[in-house]
Design a protein around this ligand. Structure first.
Ligand code: G4P
Length: 299
């Protein structure tokens, strides 16, 4: 199954963001630490006007720590880019972000001369959660439905920083199907745009290859099943996803497996390493608006 999920209004939105960035001192790109390449929209590089950019590897509490370290080293090879692992739900961790913003714009952050920052990212990476934690109150709705934030306001963090509360909602580049499947595995794609069994099989194959130990521990597998389908069946049996007559409901098993994987119940898992994406250039995965149908979850 080919996953396609792309809004038609992207070019206009990018133009507006590019314009808004003129007045911004620091660009904060929120990424999902489990898939920092796939959850990035590489067009941000074209519109960020050489402004300092913080790549925030959010949800690092769910990601494999060793792989997150490798990503930080990889990102910081680019000039003007700084990478920070974070859990946006943790107030104490967001303080590091404030310090980094202040370091990147040392002449700002004084009365009458505020430091202006804007949060960018694809849906579901945790932009609203971050804004709420930084503001210390609920400014933006948090939810599992992509692109739920619609309000337009500025938030004075009362520390010399003004945050634009219109997160730049970028859209994932999904011309590469591995990218699309990793995004689907992470939960970044609305449920109506995907087939749980296909995504579950992709995730099962990945976990068998990369994280067999924690997979075996979680589902008490005596030996690793030979195929992704057999693995989903074993998981379905373990979780009681049965149909009448005692067979396994593979669709329900896939859904339950993905739910556990996304919630970190199997363990801390990263869905890609810098080596996995070598050779996939931003240009290759930039979607062609002419070719892709303008289907979007719309939520
Ligand atoms: P968005 O604005 O970029 O679209 O993302 P949003 O903040 O709505 O967050 C999407 C989901 O990711 C939410 O889960 C949120 O709680 C979760 N999340 C955000 N930051 C972190 C983090 O650092 N660690 C973990 N583990 N999860 C994070 P949800 O299930 O949709 O909502 P809720 O039930 O948590 O309220």
């Amino acid at each position: 199954m080919t996953i396609r999920w792309y809004p038609g209004h992207m070019s206009k939105a990018l133009e507006k963001m590019s314009e808004a960035i003129r007045k911004i001192d620091v660009v904060i790109e929120v990424l999902d630490a489990r898939l920092p390449f796939s959850s990035s929209n590489h067009q941000l590089r074209d519109i960020r006007r050489n402004k300092p950019c913080i790549k925030l590897l959010n949800k690092h509490d769910l990601a494999d720590p060793a792989v997150t370290k490798a990503w930080i080293r990889d990102f910081e090879k680019e000039e003007g880019v700084y990478a920070l692992p974070i859990s946006a739900k943790q107030h104490s961790e967001t303080k590091q972000l404030i310090k980094l913003c202040q370091r990147l714009a040392p002449n700002r952050g004084r009365p009458g001369w505020p430091l202006r920052a804007m949060v960018f990212g694809i849906p579901n990476v945790g932009k609203s959660t971050l804004i709420n934690t930084l503001a210390g109150r609920n400014m933006a709705k948090v939810g599992d439905k992509p692109a739920i934030t619609t309000c337009n306001q500025q938030i004075d963090l009362r520390n010399g920083i003004i945050l634009s509360d219109t997160p730049g909602v970028l859209w994932p580049d999904m011309a590469d199907q591995d990218v699309a499947y990793r995004l689907a595995t992470s939960g970044a794609i609305g449920a109506s745009a995907l087939d749980y069994t296909c995504v579950g099989l992709f995730a099962a194959e990945f976990m068998m290859r990369r994280y067999p130990q924690i997979l075996g521990d979680r589902y008490k597998l005596d030996c690793m099943p030979e195929t992704p389908t057999a693995l989903l069946e074993a998981i379905g049996r373990r979780l009681g996803c049965l149909v009448s007559g005692g067979g396994i409901d593979v669709h329900r098993a896939a859904e339950a497996f993905l739910r556990e994987l996304r919630a970190g119940k199997i363990g801390r898992v990263s869905l890609e390493t810098p080596e996995d994406v070598v050779g996939i250039t931003a240009d290759e995965i930039k979607p062609d608006e002419e070719e892709l149908p303008h289907t979007c979850d719309g939520e």
